[in-house]
Design a protein. Structure first.
Length: 390
């Protein structure tokens, strides 16, 4: 199942109907929860709650069952529940049904309203921060492309699968390499230039390793990296990482790395490790936006007052919207009369003003940043850097 696209988000954002059901549950990709069908049970319980909420809004039981029917069908799909990510989002109304697996965890939540609750899926709408991961050992070589949501292995033509793919035993005394000639990526490096005859003062084993690493680097440069500038994370033992950094022509090798032998480690496990290492890189975009907020706070281009931020979002005045993770502000906004009403507790027909502000900001071409409470630029669950002063 594909990650939500911007077009699909806009479709959800523009959908209005009586009895819009939004369901979010955290899910699991392995472990006891999968074996005992825990996620499916939680989902079933939420569908039962949704039925009650729909009837409380005045829909008869038959109509409620009709709305929920497409989601009920998923309860029978064992393969679906065995291939979950970290979260699941479901959107239903009369004649409308969408379900998305999420690459980030969400808290269990259900809302029946006149529009969908979209705040929890906002992380997948953030700007993608790409990276590469090179997993290398003497017996294996794998190359991945990822971002803050997923990572997939790339099949690179000509990439060696190990040191013996470059230097066969019977050829080690005959010539430096038997593989194809590539672009001159390795030519820029002097380390290990003379691979045989101890021109570098290295042992034969180290010379063959350097030859292998240079061939890996040359292949990646030719096929992928020559026009890239995203971080390349290396995963290997210490001395192989050091050698690769010395011989590589790529100028954007990350300062962080995964140290150890990863020949037999699965993709998801490595992804979680590299994602943790690159957390500061993923936050860089929000850091720049926050810096912009602070630098302009004296120019009336910022606000953390709900009654100012909400109208600004509706009327395309928000450049960057900052919202506190999992926060809700219940009330309503009268767009025609530009009146914001806020309630301490959710009342009948209230909508989440944070959710609506997020939707309007994205629909109007702004950016949204979901932050922990301590990272917010002001003591408010919502704040904005504005396109024009209020």
């Amino acid at each position: 199942m594909e990650i939500l696209s911007k077009e699909e988000f806009k479709e959800l954002a523009s959908h209005q109907a009586d009895g819009c059901v939004s369901i979010y549950i955290p899910t699991h990709s392995s472990g006891m929860e999968v074996n005992e069908k825990y996620d499916a049970i939680v989902f079933k319980n939420n569908l039962q709650k949704a039925k009650i909420l729909l009837t409380e809004k005045g829909l008869d039981v038959k109509k409620a069952d009709s709305i929920l029917a497409p989601a009920v069908e998923y309860l029978k799909d064992e393969r679906f529940w065995n291939t979950q990510l970290q979260g699941l989002s479901v959107f239903l109304s009369d004649g409308f049904f969408k379900i998305y697996q999420l690459p980030h965890t969400v808290k269990e939540e259900i809302l029946v309203n006149n529009s969908f609750l979209l705040t929890p899926i906002l992380p997948v709408m953030e700007k993608r921060h790409r990276f590469y991961l090179l997993v290398i050992s003497k017996h294996d070589c794998k190359f991945y492309e990822g971002d803050q949501f997923e990572m997939k292995r790339l099949d690179i033509e000509g990439l060696p699968t190990g040191i013996d793919d470059v230097v066969h035993f019977e050829l080690k005394e005959a010539r430096p390499t038997h593989r194809r000639a590539g672009a001159a990526a390795g030519a820029a490096s002097s380390v290990g230039a003379n691979f045989h005859g101890h021109g570098t003062g290295l042992s034969d084993e180290d010379e063959y390793l350097l030859q292998y690493l240079k061939e890996v680097d040359q292949t990646l440069w030719t096929e992928v990296l020559h026009n890239q500038s995203v971080p390349l994370v290396l995963a290997s033992v210490d001395y192989e990482i050091a050698y690769y950094k010395q011989i590589s022509n790529y100028k954007h090798i990350a300062d962080v790395s995964l140290t150890g032998n990863f020949e037999h480690e699965d993709r998801q496990s490595m992804y979680l490790k590299v994602k943790e290492k690159l957390a500061p890189y993923f936050r860089e975009y929000s850091k720049e936006a926050l810096k912009n907020y602070y630098n302009n706070s004296a120019k009336e281009l910022t606000s953390s007052i709900v009654e100012e931020v909400v109208p600004a979002a509706y009327f395309a005045g928000v450049s960057d919207l900052f919202v506190q993770k999992n926060a809700r502000i219940w009330g309503s906004f009268d767009e025609e009369n530009n009146v914001t009403t806020i309630h301490d507790e959710k009342q009948a027909d209230d909508e989440c003003l944070i959710n609506n502000s997020i939707i309007k900001t994205i629909m109007n071409g702004g950016e949204v940043h979901i932050l922990e409470k301590e990272k917010m630029p002001a003591d408010s669950p919502i704040a904005a850097f504005l396109r024009f002063s209020l």
